[in-house]
Design a protein around this ligand. Structure first.
Ligand SMILES: CC(C)(COP(=O)(O)OP(=O)(O)OC[C@H]1O[C@@H](n2cnc3c(N)ncnc32)[C@H](O)[C@@H]1OP(=O)(O)O)[C@@H](O)C(=O)NCCC(=O)NCCS
Length: 171
């Protein structure tokens, strides 16, 4: 049985391990720790099986070039499931419960840069159809989903992730 819950400080080493294993390197694990240290891990959930952390998802604040002053958006990244536990629906549960948590915290919209066959099933669609650009020259892989009805009509332009995304991996 898989349980999805908020991460606690006791989970931090296991979350690092899951990110390292899923991505095959330390960049995403470092990014998670930098975002946490900056209080930008606004939603950070773990998937736990028999006491072992096997998956993780994080959401952090984004900015949008043209948006109402009270607009609050988040970016989904990174997300990871231990290789031996992939393709069992754990990632899907992390996304769904993560989106619910963002909604409860009254975020207006979520962006993701990821697999184009994967995220549309949760309600994401191409961000460029909403006149939203990204810093990474991604085309179809940059997607958006509104959590508050109508909000995508009120924003446009360049979406920026937290600066930690550009700082990670640099000295
Ligand atoms: C992406 C990831 C988190 C999905 O977790 P998961 O528990 O395997 O996800 P689910 O079981 O809910 O869904 C599996 C689906 O994801 C798809 N998927 C996984 N990795 C994929 C990839 N690299 N490209 C395209 N689709 C991928 C699978 O094909 C499968 O699709 P299907 O349901 O149509 O068969 C996991 O594969 C992972 O950790 N990958 C390595 C790290 C990574 O790429 N993170 C995402 C960055 S955006």
């Amino acid at each position: 049985m898989i349980e999805i819950r908020k991460e606690t400080p006791d989970d931090f080493p296991a979350v690092r391990y899951v990110n390292e294993q899923a991505f095959g390197g330390s960049v995403e694990a470092d990014l998670v720790e930098m975002l946490r240290a900056a209080n930008k891990a606004v939603v950070s959930l773990v998937a736990v099986e028999q006491g072992r952390v096997v998956g993780h998802i994080l959401f952090s604040p984004i900015t949008v070039a043209e948006a109402p002053q009270n607009f609050r958006g988040v970016g989904l990244a990174p997300m990871s499931v231990l290789p031996g536990f992939q393709n069992k629906g754990i990632g899907s549960r992390l996304v769904r419960e993560g989106l619910e948590a963002c909604k409860r915290l009254r975020y207006d919209a979520v962006v993701v840069l990821g697999h184009i066959e994967y995220y549309p099933r949760f309600g994401f669609s191409r961000a460029k159809d909403y006149r939203l650009d990204n810093e990474y020259e991604a085309l179809d892989a940059f997607m958006v989903m509104e959590l508050k009805e109508g909000v995508l009509q009120t924003i446009r332009g360049l979406v920026r992730y937290a600066p930690e995304f550009n700082e990670v991996g640099q000295e």
